[in-house]
Design a binder for this molecule. Structure first.
Ligand SMILES: [Zn+2]
Length: 299
């Protein structure tokens, strides 16, 4: 479902968030193709690829519990909101809803869809291969889900295994590190807490149940004490068994607007930088060629 693309919802989003998106076909709007892959005709898709210089976004969400007060699709809803608004500033084609990521640590919670790791990698590879076959030679994966933070760099590294005629870029920042309204909460705020809940007050306020935000604890429960530098898969569950890290009740629309504006601008800047990048593909090709005969690359 693309809420922002439904004409009835555009008006609502404009009122709530102070953002407005001009869509192709609106009276008085310039005739620019839609950014939504699934809304383009075949001929308009070709025009969109030309206009975007082959630059496409793959906003990456997930389906998992988000505390007691946010919807399962929070990461998908937030990242698509940010990505779709970024393309108003800098045109790129946006791939449809994608939520096939790493979320094994929330399998104990209702509504979590946790695909196996081999399927996650295979599906992502076939998706980017298919995008590239259709002209997306620069693919920006915009990550909306913290649990993908190891998967995505690993996926990017695996692109060196064999030649590809396209480049995968990953953008994995969702909140600015400084500035903005002072935070009200002082506890660790990593999942469904002050930041993420605030963004949802901008992206989809109709799905936020603020009155439930204190019905479970989002505090770190410190149930596992291992030395720094030691990693184990159960670490997240040990600290936040409710799959809730932070205080959603501290969220404000003001913080949400600041963070969402930052995210939209940041993604637009990434699109510009990627369009201007004429080095990565050249170096990839040089690397693929050399890796066919490593013994001859030494002076
Ligand atoms: Zn999230």
């Amino acid at each position: 479902m693309s809420k922002i693309s439904r004409s009835g919802t555009i008006f609502t989003v404009c009122l709530v968030a102070g953002f407005c998106r001009l869509t192709a076909g609106q009276a008085g709007a310039p005739s620019k193709p839609s950014v939504h892959w699934e809304e383009l005709t075949a001929a308009d898709f070709r025009e969109g690829i030309h206009r975007s210089q082959g630059t496409c976004l793959l906003p990456f969400g997930i389906l998992e519990k988000h505390g007691p007060h946010l919807p399962l699709g929070t990461d998908l809803l937030n990242v698509r909101y940010a990505a779709l608004h970024a393309t108003e500033h800098e045109y790129a084609i946006v791939f449809p809803e994608y939520y096939f990521g790493q979320i094994a640590e929330a399998r104990h919670e209702p509504g979590t869809i946790a695909y196996s790791h081999d399927l996650q990698l295979a599906l992502l590879q076939e998706t980017t291969d298919e995008m590239a076959r259709n002209g997306c030679k620069k693919i920006i994966i915009v990550n909306g889900h913290g649990g993908n933070e190891s998967l995505l760099p690993y996926f990017a590294q695996t692109q060196l295994e064999k030649p590809h005629d396209y480049v995968v870029y990953i953008f994995d920042q969702r909140s600015p590190t400084t500035g903005g309204p002072p935070k009200k909460s002082s506890i660790t705020n990593w999942h469904a807490g002050e930041d993420e809940t605030s963004k949802m007050l901008i992206a989809r306020p109709d799905t936020v149940h603020m009155e439930r935000a204190t019905s479970e604890s989002g505090a770190d429960q410190h149930r596992l004490n291992l030395p720094d530098g030691v990693y184990t898969g159960i670490w997240w569950y040990a600290r936040w068994p409710n799959h809730y890290s932070g205080e959603g009740a501290a969220a404000t629309e003001e913080l949400g607007k600041f963070q969402m504006d930052w995210w939209v601008d940041a993604i637009a800047n990434v699109i510009r930088a990627v369009k201007a990048d004429d080095v990565s593909l050249k170096l990839q090709n040089e690397f693929y060629e050399k890796s066919k005969h490593p013994l001859e690359t030494q002076p």
